[in-house]
Design a protein. Structure first.
Lengths: 356, 309
């Protein structure tokens, strides 16, 4: 197993000067450990130093999204100097195939726009990788999300993370009982992991954005379908541990059409018309939940993340682009129905009572 | 690559591609660039056997069976690849291949004992019925010490059926679990039927697997099976990805409901991946769906006797 011993007081995403591939291979684990004391001193949290988050108005998927993404990256100081020669892994949210539902999966047009934006910044390669949480047939998920033809047209490789070889990485945060993660080897290929989620309410954890999206990097051959190991270990601590282990570099949130109510699958589409971009995923998710008119402090994993991975306090988030109030719309949160309404429907009972 | 227009041509191409990517040690990975793993090795081998017209292919399958046997642990379990002791969900796949090549009876029995021993964790929802299924029924998990789910339960039942062990109480409970996990609209998904009362959607691959398992376990007359067949017959018309189409057709065939245009569907699915890097699972499943039905391939051998080749 590869050690990743880091003081959990560290703001792990601040280890940006440690090459993430080196971190995963363990070659830089010692470097990370050696840097530990200095980084704790430099960035002793909390309070966090201010993180920048860019919010853009994007009224539909038909407009020029590539320009919006490029502008957001530029506003955040992400230009050719930082991207040139890098390998960029885009991790969209393709949890389950269901044709004709733009509110379930990250929209393919936005994924294409992000590909083109990074290519224009002279990335060495840009590829898409995902391990759908509910199905083994990743080709089906890609096809029914409308992504297959776009990837083919753009000559972008797709990698099914569910069936990847793995590296065993020590869990650096240990908020959950998981001692280690089996991370796909494909992560090693990438200099930057970019979380590209869909903005949704979520029936288990309140909201799912860029941090929760990282569940999809874990290979199903090791974690199952659904990734039940994480449920057993606790969804909330697993989200945080996994982000500390993967150390994504950037998030670009598809909030053009999101999902409200019974997310992540069965909720209703909700037009918001927003794209959110930022390098600190906690700050990005806090901003995105505010756009849903949800207080991030009420989302348990965000509240805990504020102590470990980044700020949720609006005073610690430097807002660039559109003001939140100009775009925010109330997303209907998931409401648990009375037990009598969902326990054993007549149809379910009839199936259960049918003899073999 | 030129697209093959008929069954014979694509089958030969698929077999040739599998042969050309067979590696030393014998077996296939999930991708060309990943290490050899049990599931793709078994499905590719079964695909070759299901469309067998060459002793060389039988030899390849036997070599794969031998290699998997050499990776079996003392407790009977098989990891997903050589480097893994856990999870063990690939163990039933080994049983299928050993059964199909009529070898390794002792190893298969040891594996079956392990499968019957290592099952999923039930849990008590109490009065908080968040999920709609019976959480106390026990089938098989993907990962040890987690809940039972549809696909690993189907894998285990198919292996138990192949070795004539479906009368075991655990197999019977597995059958009940699959029936319990059938979706109200017909078909199966990974294994949650409803969450907070809202029915979830079926998917072709778990539906094909569940139908295969239930048919091999003698439950094909159940209304859940009938509804699953109807779902697949409607859905597969628009599916061209090998994994979903392959298991879907295998399931329908096991239930005696193979579509008349199955060969055409398989040809289209092969064309869909013809210019893509070889995937042993995709090719194996397409061949398995095109060739000898799974119940004949793995369901006709006796349990006793080591007739290792």
């Amino acid at each position: 197993m590869i050690p990743a011993k880091i003081d959990d007081k560290l703001f792990l995403n601040d280890l940006i000067h440690v090459d993430r591939r080196g971190f995963l291979t363990g070659a830089s684990a010692a470097i990370a450990a050696g840097l530990g004391a200095r980084l704790v001193a430099d960035h002793a949290p909390p309070p966090w130093r201010t993180r920048s988050v860019f919010v853009a108005r994007a009224s539909s998927y038909q407009i020029d999204l590539e320009s919006i993404v490029k502008r957001g990256l530029a506003e955040l100081g992400i230009g050719p100097k930082r991207v040139r020669g890098k390998s960029i892994l885009l991790k969209p949210n393709l949890v389950e195939p269901y044709p004709g539902s733009p509110h379930i999966n990250t929209h393919p047009v936005l994924i294409a726009a992000v590909v083109e934006a990074f290519r224009s910044l002279e990335a060495r390669e840009v590829f898409v990788a995902e391990g759908p949480g509910h199905v083994r047939d990743a080709r089906l998920a890609v096809e029914q999300a409308g992504l297959a033809d776009i990837l083919k047209h753009l000559k972008v490789e797709f990698i099914d993370l569910n069936h990847d070889d793995v590296d065993r990485i020590e869990n650096p945060l240990r908020l959950s009982p998981l001692a280690e993660f089996h991370l796909p080897k494909t992560l090693r290929r990438a200099d930057w992991v970019v979380s590209l989620p869909k903005l949704k309410t979520h029936h288990w954890v309140g909201a799912t954005v860029s941090l929760k999206n990282l569940f999809g990097v874990l290979p199903g051959v090791r974690y199952g379908w659904p990734k039940n190991v994480l449920h057993q270990a606790g969804i909330v601590p697993s989200i945080l541990d996994l982000n500390a282990a993967v150390r994504p570099r950037l998030a670009i949130v598809d909030g053009i059409v999101g999902m409200e109510g019974d997310g992540p699958i069965m909720g209703s589409p909700k037009e918001l018309g927003a794209i959110v971009i930022g390098e600190n995923l906690v700050a990005v998710d806090a901003t995105a939940t505010r756009l849903m008119r949800i207080d991030p402090a009420t989302i348990e994993y965000l509240a805990i993340a504020d102590r470990h991975l980044g700020p949720i306090d609006a005073r610690r988030i430097r807002q660039i682009g559109e003001p939140i109030d100009a775009l925010a719309r109330r997303f209907e949160p998931f409401k648990k129905p009375p037990t009598a309404e969902f326990h054993d429907s007549p149809r379910t009972r009839s199936l259960k009572e049918t003899p073999i | 690559m030129r697209e093959p227009s008929n069954r014979k041509v694509w089958i030969e191409q698929a077999r040739a591609r599998l042969r050309s990517t067979d590696r030393s040690p014998a077996g296939w990975g999930y991708r060309c660039d990943t290490k050899v793993a049990v599931e793709p090795t078994v499905l590719a081998s079964l695909g070759l056997l299901a469309t067998l017209d060459d002793e060389l292919d039988r030899h390849i399958a036997v070599e794969s069976a031998n290699r998997i046997a050499s990776s079996q642990r003392f407790d009977g379990s098989i990891g997903v690849d050589d480097d893994s002791t856990s999870p063990e969900w690939a163990t039933p796949f080994a049983v299928l291949l050993w059964t199909a090549v009529r070898s390794h009876s002792r190893e298969a029995e040891l594996a079956l004992d392990r499968i019957l021993y290592r099952r999923g964790d039930p849990f008590d929802q109490g009065n908080d019925h968040v999920v709609g299924h019976n959480t106390k029924l026990v089938g098989w998990p993907w990962v040890e010490k987690t809940h039972s789910w549809v696909e690993p339960t189907a894998h285990a039942l198919i292996a138990l059926a192949a070795r004539r062990r479906i009368d075991h109480p655990h197999a019977q409970e597995g059958v009940r679990l699959l029936l319990d996990r059938a979706l109200p609209s017909g078909g199966w998904n990974y294994g949650n039927t409803t969450v907070y009362g809202r029915p979830l959607r079926p998917q072709p691959e778990p539906t094909g697997l569940a139908l295969s398992a239930l048919s091999l376990c003698g439950a094909s007359a159940n209304s859940a099976v009938v509804a699953g067949i109807a779902y697949l017959q409607q859905t597969l018309k628009d599916i061209r990805t090998p994994r979903s189409l392959g298991w879907g057709l295998i399931g329908l065939t096991a239930c005696g409901a193979r579509p008349q245009n199955a060969d055409e569907m398989l040809t289209q699915a092969y064309n869909y991946i013809a210019d893509q890097p070889t995937s042993a699972i995709d090719l194996g499943l397409l061949l398995l769906a095109a060739g000898e039905p799974i119940e004949r391939l793995v369901g006709t051998v006796e349990r006793q006797g080591d007739d290792r080749l």
